[in-house]
Design a protein around this ligand. Sequence first.
Ligand code: GDP
Length: 137
Amino acid sequence: MERTLSIIKPDAVAKNVIGKIVDRFESNGLRIVGMKKIQLSKSDAGKFYEVHAGRPFFGELVEFMTSGPVVAMVLEGENAVAKNRELMGATNPKEAEAGTIRADFAQSIDANAVHGSDSLENAKIEIDFFFAGRELL
Ligand code: GDP
C-alpha cells in the first residue's frame, strides 16, 4: 500500500471536471483518503515547486498554479505513485497516451490538468505540505 499526492490544477478546476478526474482514480483502484479545495499563494506554490526554482518556466508555473483554486488529494492503493503517474499521462498533453487524464483534459504543458508525486519519498513530503495527519482517513 502506498500513498501519493495528486493535485487537480486550476485549468481542470475551471473546466468543472473535478468529478471526472476523481472517477479515473476511483475506477482504477485508488482510494481518496484526503481531499481539499485550496487557493495557493505565490509563496505556497514557490515552496511546493522549489525543485524547479532554477528552471526557465518557474515563474510561469507559479503564476499558473495560483491563477485559481486547486484540489489537493491523497490517493491510496497498491503502487499508488506509479499508478497515478500512469493515469495522468506525459507532462506535455500532446505526448500523453490516449485515454490518460492529460490527453483527455489538458491543453498545454503548463495547463496540464494534474500534478502527481514522482516518487514515494516526494509523495511523503508533498502530502505533509498539504495535509495534517488527522485529515487523512
Ligand atoms: P510532472 O511531474 O509531469 O508534472 O512534470 P515536472 O515535474 O517535470 O514539471 C512540473 C510542472 O512544471 C509540469 O506539470 C508543468 O506544468 C510544468 N512544466 C514542466 N516543463 C515545462 C516547460 O517546459 N514549460 C512550461 N511552461 N511548464 C513546464
